[in-house]
Design a protein around this ligand. Structure first.
Ligand code: ADP
Ligand code: MG
Length: 199
């Protein structure tokens, strides 16, 4: 490296617990993992709205959105997917310091990527929500039309079709969007989050 001496941390005077007290709730990261079309974005944004309406500070990091900016330079190779997750984990860690309830809606298809996020964020602030839905139904929903393109070979490395999805072994919460209505999934996630962010 050679430039370690120039990189130092400045310690401010306002700390995470001060912000949490001001907000009236803890901060943490709730990581939604699941196939494309399983319902991560839909649920996370609906919960965000409900938490906001209850005066809680919540923010959704959405895989689709960050790829336009922060991670706009990254491809979908496995190294780039890992870098995508690393950046989001680092940014959400900053948001946790800021007292924010973060909901990260990213496929994060490989256990190793999720472990990277957990390590960066810290185990006590990281909760994994597995949004499960059979591939056939995700493909039927085909919200973005990408499954069709992946089947036709027009998109490479598409999770579930030409790239693996490793089912989480120990998620903190599972929502099954084949069995549950959207309202049920949202209520379940909201209740889970409220239980974890209580001061
Ligand atoms: N219980 C449910 N929870 C979430 N989404 C559901 C549910 N049931 C049906 N859906 C539908 O499934 C689709 C999920 O799409 P999206 O949220 O974009 O998925 P992802 O972000 O995981 O790729 C939406 O069209 C949504 O309306
Ligand atoms: Mg999404």
């Amino acid at each position: 490296m050679g430039n370690e001496r120039s990189i130092q941390m400045f310690r401010g005077e306002v700390f995470r617990d001060d912000r949490e007290k001001l907000n009236g709730h803890r901060s943490a990261v709730f990581w939604f993992t699941g196939l494309s079309g399983s319902g991560k974005s839909t649920i996370a944004h609906a919960v965000e709205k409900e938490l906001f309406d209850c005066s809680l500070y919540a923010y959704v990091f959405d895989g689709d959105n960050v790829r336009h900016g922060l991670c706009g330079d990254l491809s979908f190779s496995s190294a780039a997917r890992m870098e995508n997750i690393r950046r989001i984990a680092e940014v959400s860690r900053l948001f946790v310091e800021n007292g924010t309830i973060c909901m990260c809606a990213f496929i994060a298809p490989v256990a190793k990527y999720r472990q990277i996020a957990r390590d960066i964020i810290g185990g006590k602030d990281y909760y994994e929500i597995f949004v499960t839905c059979p591939l056939e139904l995700c493909e039927k929903r085909d919200v973005k039309g990408f499954y069709k393109m992946a089947r036709e070979g027009k998109i490479k490395n598409y999770t579930g079709i030409s790239a693996p999805y490793e089912v989480p072994e120990n998620p903190d919460l599972v929502v099954d969007t084949e069995q549950e209505s959207l309202a049920e999934s949202v209520a379940k996630v909201k209740k889970f989050i409220l239980g974890k962010v209580e001061l």
